[in-house]
Design a protein. Sequence first.
Length: 203
Amino acid sequence: MSVLHKSSLWDYWSSRPIIHTPYAASVGMSRDRFFAILTMFHLNNNDAKAARGQPGYNSLFKIRPVTDTLITKFQDVYTPEEQLTIDEAICPFRGRIFFHVYIKGKPHKYGIKLFELCEAKSGYVYNMDVYTGAHPTNSEHNTVFSVVDRLCNKIKGKGHCVFMDRLFSSPKIFVHLWGCKTKAVGTVCQTEKKCLNRNFLKN
């Protein structure tokens, strides 16, 4: 399904000549069997899920094993080059979740927002963080400083240079990364007070 995209899951078992693909049925997976498994498919133990508003609640609980495994593998199998970049991305989604967002300038405007640390040359995703709305217990969790610090945690002290736009760049972040032996480059807006810090610019 990742190689051959169709408009509906049902179409992979369609016998209509114009969209017929014999592979799914040929491997012994009938349409009804596939949907029966899909209906009951879980990636985590729902009995261990904390209710919203309770200690230990995690908006991504049902898929957390997958996201954690992906990020771990991204970092284990590849060492990125010196230049990295941090930016927002959006995973297209119009389902019913409370943390879906609307970002006007993106090709897909509605979906789940991701913060990504990528290799500048290849676009390889080295780390990512899913935005799930306001944190119930930590008001600093979704600040720009916290997001950048989490994304760069694995590259600190390794001589990388991180590029970012004005949404993420600030003197506080640059000073912090420099203290972690990580360089940073970012665009600034001269009308913002944080970018007119003469002491920072002088240093």
